[in-house]
Design a protein around this ligand. Sequence first.
Ligand SMILES: [Zn+2]
Ligand SMILES: [Zn+2]
Length: 379
Amino acid sequence: MSKRDYYEVLGLERDASESAIKGAYRKKALKYHPDRNPGDEAAEEQFKEASEAYEVLSDPEKKAAYDRYGHAGIEGNFGRGGFQWSDFTHAGDFQDIFGDIFESFFGGGRRSRGSAKPKGRDLKIKVALTLEEIATGVEKNIALTRLQRCKSCDGTGAASGADRKVCGTCGGQGQVQQMARTLFGPSMTVVTCPTCEGEGYIVSNPCPECRGEGRERGQATLTVRIPAGVQEGNYIPLRGQGEVGPRGGPAGDCLVFIEEKEHDYFIRDGNHVIYRLPLGFAQAALGAEVEVPTLSGKALLKIPAGTQSGRVFRMGGRGIPDVNGRGVGDQLVEVVLWTPEGLSRRERELFTELAELENERVAQEGESFFAKVCKAFGS
Ligand SMILES: [Zn+2]
Ligand SMILES: [Zn+2]
């Protein structure tokens, strides 16, 4: 039997848009769905054919191959027997329309839910750190407001113990077995209990404090240990410290996101820190020992005579520790020549005298200057 053209199957023109393809499949699927056509094998076949067409046309790569080479272009995508339901990747996309029907096509009960008590929300909070804190690691206390277990009912949502009973439908399991029709015949699947919606309990008289929610808004202070070397955007998960789920549902996580405060004079470059050191002409020419700030206090740096502007000195191990424990970065000190303004009479005299001497040297040594600068930058 020769295969029908996929566009024809879905009733589409060849230039149909992505949303048109999805819409067309939706329509066909609803029309030929086995639930709507019990015992109609032709309808089932049409449903499968439309699903195969949609599987190909909804995938840009497969669609391109099909558009160029027809069925031959996508042959390799399906097994020897051609398209099977296990090849269909969109089951989840249509869950809202078809419920668990796709699941049952895959043999039924494939996904085990367990007692599906809804989990609480994850919380995201930010903590701003200085570079100094990042360099050493730090412990922070964070105050926050979140949904916590209701104290009156201990999270059950019931006014009293007698107001909460094990669900009769599922016996407290939160799920029930159900017979489902599949393309391969009837099959048992496990679904969420419709009576208790997976909670396993029925509350007849809700707790007045939380109106049966089992949780209430409250304050908490969390302690988070932040390791050295973290970066902006990193986060530290505090498991189970988010909001609790309704009626005793498990808590989500609290994700602590790192923010880096801007530093007054350090610039971070990975695990290195850059510091720009202003240096006077005389210090640069004569050499000097200067005090520079580091993340762990002040340190002395020797400036050799004849230091050019832009030269970078490396202070090994004065940077930020690697977050994975692979060494410590350096502090890079870049010399920036500081030019005095508003000269005094004496300064003016000295600079003038210096300038006369210097003019000769610039003429003599100027040519090799750039070579020297380049070398200095390279060091
Ligand atoms: Zn309560
Ligand atoms: Zn139940």
